[in-house]
Write a protein that binds this ligand. Structure first.
Ligand SMILES: Cc1ncc(COP(=O)(O)O)c(C=O)c1O
Length: 375
């Protein structure tokens, strides 16, 4: 490394610190929602995306262990070379059935899935319309796609319609989170589907956080060209992204999505762990977990559509101070600040899980109340 590079790195680090935006990893021991910090403090986490607690589910862990024993720790290669095991095919069959789509394809992560989808279906000559609050992986996928990207104001379907009306002879694609990851609000999917139908646009729907819905109207969705993006890494308790859609759309991804082609296949253990969740979702146990999550959400923010509950405080230092106060009380709630959210909208981001007990929720509500904070 040259001196110039040393100086540049130092000045970048100093500027991050100077803006009060320093971030660092924190190693937490323990499992589920109960953790021990490196200083030995017991904390209840309200920060994970493990919405149904499946990361700790006995059968999920057992499936991963069996896959390790049978196929080893890694896949050894990309899917199209020699990385595909029967369990990858089994998972894709389960995911397609769960989403009521003809086919599915797994990716190493949800991030990689969005990159793959947007670079495959976007491209020169395509108009991509993207909601202003879409996830970073969608933003980066749009950048990589080399399409004409237009960002419409969050949830503004009139603006979306205006963009689609002016598409000219370009093919058009609309991409949206179904649940927005920092605000926990939901897209008007059925409304967006209608605009896509009217303008013959393709819809890319990222359902990474859609554990409590919203579910698109299946008949209307079927009428529009679409793919659905999801991830095993949140509700489904494992690691890996996936896309579901028509056989043809999935075949095109298999052949064109560089973020799937030029990367090693997901490990057999992660893949096998993921197989448990789709059928479990439709089972009485899955229903009970979703019901439990719904109740926890309703206790903190009645009627809120998702397990992501923002407590907006505005300034970054206020958010950091509030997170520190909660940590002192044994509650881990992250402060989210720019550049992840817009300046002036720093917040605590509470995420709830079916694994939270009534006592955990009581403690959270009591502490927020003491600090004068209200979701
Ligand atoms: C809406 C959305 N899409 C995609 C991703 C990426 O998923 P993964 O964590 O599996 O890479 C995330 C992760 O936070 C997300 O919030």
């Amino acid at each position: 490394m040259t001196r110039d590079w040393d100086a540049w790195i130092d000045s970048e680090l100093a500027s991050i610190r100077g803006f009060g935006r320093w971030r660092a990893h924190r190693a937490l021991d323990g499992d589920g929602v109960l953790h021990r910090t490196s200083e030995g403090h017991e904390v209840v986490s309200f920060a994970s995306n493990d919405y149904l607690g499946l990361t700790q589910h006995r059968e999920v862990v057992a499936a991963a262990r069996e896959a390790l024993d049978r196929w080893g720790a890694g896949s050894g290669s990309a899917r199209l070379i020699v990385g595909t095991r029967p369990v990858h095919v089994e998972l894709e069959t389960e995911l397609a059935a769960w989403k009521s789509e003809p086919a599915a394809l797994t990716f190493a992560t949800g991030f990689a899935a969005n990159l793959g989808v947007l670079t495959t279906f976007g491209g020169p000559g395509v108009l991509v319309c993207s909601d202003a609050l879409n996830h970073a992986s969608i933003i980066d996928g749009c950048r990589l796609a080399r399409a004409d990207v237009c960002v419409y104001p969050h949830g503004d379907l009139v603006a979306l319609d205006g963009l689609l009306t002016r598409r000219g002879d370009r093919r058009a694609l609309v991409v949206t989170d179904s649940v927005f990851s920092m605000d926990g609000d939901v897209a008007d999917i059925d409304g967006i589907v209608e605009h896509c139908l009217e303008h013959e646009a393709m819809l890319v729907l990222d359902e990474a956080h859609a554990v409590l819905g919203p579910e698109p109207d299946p008949d209307r969705l079927a009428a529009v060209a679409h793919v659905r993006v999801g991830t095993l890494s949140k509700t489904l308790g494992s690691l890996g992204g996936f896309v579901s859609g028509s056989h043809e759309a999935i075949d095109l991804l298999v052949n064109r999505a560089r973020s799937a082609i030029f990367t090693t296949a997901s490990t057999p253990a992660d893949t096998a762990a993921g197989v448990f969740a789709p059928p479990a979702f439709l089972s009485p146990e899955g229903n009970a977990l979703i019901g439990r999550l719904r109740r926890n959400v309703d206790r903190v923010a009645p009627g809120h559509p998702s397990p992501i509950i923002p407590v907006i405080v505005g300034k970054e230092d206020v958010a950091l101070a509030a997170a520190a106060e909660l940590l002192d009380r044994g509650l881990l709630v992250p402060a989210i600040r720019p550049p992840t959210v817009a300046p002036g909208s720093s917040r605590l981001r509470v995420t709830l899980s079916a694994a939270h007990s009534d006592d955990h929720i009581d403690r959270l509500l009591g502490a927020l109340d003491e600090l004068g904070l209200h979701p």
